[in-house]
Structures are given as structure tokens and as C-alpha cells.
Design a protein around this ligand. Structure first.
Ligand code: ATP
Ligand code: MG
Length: 191
């Protein structure tokens, strides 16, 4: 599951857990992006913060891991590169890429879109506020999956912290504490 994870929240975690169970996956690897190319124009937190929040959020689940491939590669993150790196690390694995309905709808605009489906099967999950559809995508390589609806976004979490509102129970406790420890998402001068 790729993402900016700025911060990781319970929408990500529920989707991953549900797909892991339904598709009987040995492991879900969360892959925080280097520079997310779709998010040019907004300040994204340092990769190391996003990586560590993802580690904190997933540490207690033996079926969850976090990969640094996108962070170590540096520069803009394209999913095709993520999948090529994961394939090289796990030559015999069946790879599935988990993505929310909003990201799935944009997949054909991603770099080397035609090759993505050779490297992995895609599992598109429902997300409140977005239509889940496989229009234009290869039906044999794309699965649509309903997951418990969590109307949570990282954008909303950042806005809440900036406004002094709580993010308890939207993100894992350790992530709340991490955000507070480093003063993430606070308006400048308020840290
Ligand atoms: P932002 O608001 O900064 O874009 P986000 O909440 O969309 O953050 P991302 O890191 O962009 O989180 O998302 C990573 C992946 O998780 C994407 O595939 C996205 O569609 C999916 N996702 C995010 N939130 C949810 C949710 N609440 N339910 C299901 N899928 C989600
Ligand atoms: Mg997003």
C-alpha cells in the first residue's frame, strides 16, 4: 500500500487489514512516498517523519511492515518504480497494490500505466466521498473491494491539528504523540 501517510490514519489501517484478511495476504507493506508528484505545491512533511509515523502505527501488527524503497530512491515517487523495487526484493511473491477509490480513478495517468498491471494486481477499496470504478482498467488485474467506511483523510487530520482540534481516534495514539512531539502541522511560530 503506497501513500504519502502525512499522517497515516485509521482509514489506511482498516483498508489494509480488511484486504489482508479477505485476500489472505501474508504481509501488507506500507510504502511511504519520497516526493509525491501529485502533491506539488503543498508542503509535505519530511520523509523521515512520515516513515516513522507509519512504523509507529503498524509496529504492533506482525502482518504489517514498512518499506523505505521510495524514500531511499529519492526524488519523485512513481508507483511503477515502487513495484519494480518490491519485485526485485521478492522475486517469487504475488504482489497486490492496495489503493483507495480516489487513487484508483487516476491510475491510467500514472507513469508507465500499461506496465503497472504486469507487475501487480490492484485492489481498489471503497472510500467515503469517491466512486469506486474499474472503468478502463484491465478487469483480470483489478479487484474492487468494499471496506468499512472511514471518512478520514490526512488533509483533514493536518487541518485539525493546525486549528488546535483533536485527532485522537482518527490516527493511532502513538501518531498523535509523534505529531505533538515534533510539532507537525502547526502553523509557523506555534511549535
Ligand atoms: P491526503 O489528504 O494528504 O491526500 P489521504 O488521506 O488521501 O491523504 P494518502 O496517503 O494520500 O492519504 O493515501 C494513501 C492511499 O490510501 C491512497 O490509495 C488512498 O486512496 C487510500 N486512502 C486514504 N484514506 C482512505 C480511507 N479513509 N479509506 C480508504 N482508503 C483510503
Ligand atoms: Mg490522498
Amino acid at each position: 500500500m503506497g501513500g504519502t501517510f502525512d499522517p497515516i490514519h485509521h482509514g489506511h489501517l482498516v483498508a489494509a487489514s480488511e484486504v489482508q484478511s479477505l485476500f489472505d495476504l501474508d504481509e501488507v507493506t506500507f510504502v511511504p512516498t519520497g516526493e509525491p508528484w501529485q502533491k506539488e505545491g503543498r508542503e509535505v512533511s519530511l520523509p523521515e517523519h512520515r516513515y516513522l509515523m507509519t512504523v509507529v502505527a503498524t509496529a504492533s501488527n506482525p502482518g504489517f511492515t514498512v518499506s523505505r524503497v521510495d524514500i531511499e530512491r529519492g526524488g519523485k515517487t512513481y508507483t511503477i518504480d515502487t513495484l519494480r523495487d518490491l519485485r526485485a526484493q521478492h522475486p517469487d511473491a504475488d504482489l497486490f497494490f492496495i489503493t483507495g477509490a480516489d487513487a484508483l480513478a487516476q491510475i491510467l495517468s500514472w507513469k508507465d500505466a500499461e506496465d503497472l498491471f504486469d507487475l501487480a494486481e490492484f485492489i481498489g477499496v471503497t472510500r467515503p466521498g469517491y466512486e469506486l470504478s474499474e472503468d478502463g482498467l484491465p478487469a483480470d488485474r483489478v479487484h474492487l473491494q468494499e471496506v468499512p467506511a472511514m471518512a478520514i483523510s490526512s488533509t483533514d487530520c493536518r487541518d485539525r491539528v493546525a486549528a488546535g482540534e483533536p485527532v485522537w481516534y482518527l490516527v493511532p495514539d502513538g501518531v498523535v504523540q509523534y505529531i505533538n512531539k515534533y510539532g507537525l502541522y502547526r502553523p509557523e511560530g506555534e511549535v
